[in-house]
Design a protein around this ligand. Structure first.
Ligand SMILES: [Fe+2]
Length: 302
């Protein structure tokens, strides 16, 4: 991929704060024309790693008016495949050109034998996996020249070899890799129901100093399990968990994700407004970390 470097583009330099929305193709025209009152957009960067086309043109024009973050699904951080250096070079080109405020991908594997599976698959929660994925995150950060955020995924199965909880695994990885955390509140709820653990225990364990972004989305209830479909409004238990997260972590930039059955933009705006209203109450309260909250310095090793 060859991108022409920017000449004198003045990208919007606002930081990301408040409740943003995922940038999706059906909304390009509306956003460009109407410039809705949304504080930031998250760009699903895998859709833009091409040498040209309409999507990149829209991205450039929207970027002039809004801060953006880059969110990827292609690093395959947990895979045993070699890191995909072509992907990372293309990503680095895009970072240099569009100057996202932060970059994230998932604590998962999406490829094996260099074949991409189009699923975010969980890892076994073992010391070997911690070492493996932490090393790869460090290599990615070294290559990109900046910290990244890793996101907890939802899951429907667990490995018998796992020796700790998901949140203990997550904490160990971010400590070892020295990276930051994108905490998906919906994913915590979905996995808590599917695997019968307490979502509040999960949140309680997370080091507040590492949480740089949160995701909210809607799931489907299939009776036997919840499916992380990103096809619905945010459900009540997730809103409730979001309030606990804000109590614990303070006002962290929050994103509404919606990837299937994408509705009109005003539906996303409404969801973002709900998140913003909750977020604003924590801004007004002049957030102070609760006494005894877990910090990066007090997390124990496995
Ligand atoms: Fe997410």
């Amino acid at each position: 991929m060859t991108h022409i470097p920017p000449t004198t583009v003045n990208w919007c330099s606002n930081p990301v704060s408040g409740a943003g929305v995922g940038l999706r193709a059906p909304h390009y025209h509306y956003i460009e024309q109407q410039q809705p009152d949304i504080p930031w957009f998250e760009v699903l960067i895998d859709n833009y790693l091409v040498a040209g086309g309409e999507a990149l043109q829209y991205l450039a024009r929207i970027r002039e008016n809004y801060p953006v973050t880059f969110h990827g699904v292609g690093m395959s951080l947990g895979s045993t495949d070699p890191l995909n250096m072509t992907y990372l070079k293309n990503l680095r080109d895009m970072i240099r050109r569009y100057e996202p405020v932060q970059i994230s991908d998932h604590l998962a594997w999406v490829s094996t034998g260099q074949t991409y599976l189009h699923e975010l698959l969980p890892l076994p929660y073992t010391e070997e996996a911690i070492r493996h994925v932490s090393t790869r995150i460090q290599q990615v950060q070294d290559f990109l020249g900046q910290r990244i955020l890793v996101e907890n995924v939802s899951s429907y199965m667990q490995f018998q070899d796992s020796a700790c909880t998901e949140w203990e695994f997550l904490i160990e990885v971010i400590q070892h890799a020295d990276c930051d955390l994108l905490l998906d509140i919906n994913n915590i709820h979905v996995s808590a129901v599917n695997h019968r653990f307490c979502a509040k225990d999960y949140l309680d364990a997370i080091p507040a100093s590492r949480v740089r972004e949160m995701h909210l989305a809607g799931y489907e209830d299939h009776g036997t399990h919840l499916l992380d479909s990103h096809s619905r409004p945010v459900h009540a238990p997730v809103w409730e968990l979001y309030q606990q997260a804000l109590t614990q972590f303070g006002p962290v930039p929050t994103l509404i994700e919606w990837d299937q059955d994408i509705p009109a933009f005003n539906v996303l705006e409404q969801e973002a407004r709900c998140a913003q209203d909750i977020y604003d109450t924590f801004l007004d309260q002049a957030y102070e970390p609760p006494a005894g909250h877990t910090t990066a310095a007090t997390v124990s090793r496995l």
